[in-house]
Design a binder for this molecule. Sequence first.
Ligand code: ADP
Ligand code: MG
Length: 225
Amino acid sequence: MIIVCCSQKGGVGKTSLATSIAWELREQDTRVLIVDADPQGTAWQMAQCCKDAPETIHGDLLADPLKFRERTASYDCVCIDTPPTLFGDYQTNAISVADMVLIPMSHSAGDLWSAAGTIRVMLQAMNKRPKLKAGIVYNRKSPSTVLAKTWRDEQLSDCPLHVFPTEITYRVAWQEAMNKGMGVAQYAPKDKAASELKALLLDMLVHAGVLKGQAAVSKKEVANG
Ligand SMILES: Nc1ncnc2c1ncn2[C@@H]1O[C@H](COP(=O)(O)OP(=O)(O)O)[C@@H](O)[C@H]1O
Ligand SMILES: [Mg+2]
């Protein structure tokens, strides 16, 4: 499966999700490759500062879909991080090879307005490739605010794309994990950030059609630690 994290907005959690999902999938004995298609190179830098990081390569290869397929053929899962642009080559090429696109967003109007463009691009891509799946990840949620409590119902209820049920709370473990170049569930396995990431992964596998009946049970297990 090729998972792409994209949004034209910066700072919403693309790199955090792409890397933490890769780390968590690898933990479950999945052969994972991280492709850093953002010229900022954050995912690649993360891999340089942690010797246990999953294999990470630059995204230039995406320009040649055939070479990309050859290079990634031996992996079960490829997690692609993309730059904060809408029509850049890296993002367009990544979406063209994706099976699943995650669009992280927080509870700000800026995120919502930026996401509208990304959602439009995704709907067009899904129109051309009906098997392509995509969804909004509600990330960086400040739990005890009125804004966070009302945002989903008020702003996301009529979203034309799937919105994953799991929400990712704003927790410092995410920043600490990035600083160490690690996935959040490996950096802080007992933190609630780890349970939320695992629950999101289950949501994603269900939405991708990879997991069915056992998802509800697994999610309960994750919630109970
Ligand atoms: N759920 C979260 N809670 C707290 N900080 C987060 C969370 N998700 C991401 N971050 C932090 O927000 C910043 C931007 O995240 P990043 O993944 O780099 O976004 P993007 O790749 O979209 O620019 C980073 O410092 C990251 O550690
Ligand atoms: Mg990034």
